[in-house]
Write a protein that binds this ligand. Sequence first.
Ligand code: AMP
Length: 281
Amino acid sequence: MQTLRTVAEVRDAVRATRERGGSVGLVPTMGAFHEGHLSLMRAACAAHDLVVVSLFVNPTQFGPGEDLAAYPRDEQRDASLAEDAGADILFAPPVAEVYPDGFATSIHVTGITDVLCGATRPGHFDGVATVVTKLFGIVRPDAAYFGQKDAQQVLVVRRVVRDLNLDVRVVACPIVREADGLAMSSRNAYLDAAARVQARALSRALDAAQSAVAAGQVAATGVLAAAGAVLAEAGIDPEYLELRSPDDLAPADAVAPSALLAVAARIGAARLIDNRLLEAS
Ligand code: AMP
């Protein structure tokens, strides 16, 4: 695996594969790799001749007062994990390579970015949409791999691809969890022992909602009550706990036939998110 720092180097490295008729996969990340990231890399490696993993803690998707400075960074460890997962190129550019002086363009997706994480993190999805669009322009991948853990991000990226006619297939991969159900996240590193225990309640709340649906409770009020009770019992006051359409994030008043249950909460020093696609049987 090569670690590359510049757009020109990545373009050169990808060109040879493309000229041979090979296919290229892209896995955008902010590093601090865990099994969630590695699952995307393995999926990409199984499907493509060349896999580029980008490692870039994108400043434009962090708001003022968020954890940009504290975000965990360990490029050496990440490089070794990416290589073991089969990646061919680690693209780890400095900020000035991605946002040179005079950078003045931003991609804003309306509607679906106003709710859930977009409601409390204004500008976050502009930063995501802009950097992902740039990565698509730099790498020109056949497919790009994202985690369903960030369900709203997947919808935003799909919308950019559709609206701007980008020639990229967006692949969403399942959420990878710790043994006790906690969705893996680089931000789990911020949890102390007590917060780590409390954090289990997020996935348990989703489990409770899923059980309620399996028992025939498909109305949003019942589903949200089942999940909310688990959070309350763990002393968690969520930033949001909402049932929404998995297609456009419109409010859903029932799981009919499916709905996305999404949660965000501050737990200890971390802001964590999780979600579950609920399906009525
Ligand atoms: P991040 O480095 O947190 O920006 O994540 C990079 C990619 O990995 C995003 O597409 C995330 O959705 C995905 N990802 C993060 N955590 C998980 C997880 N637990 N399971 C699956 N994918 C994940």
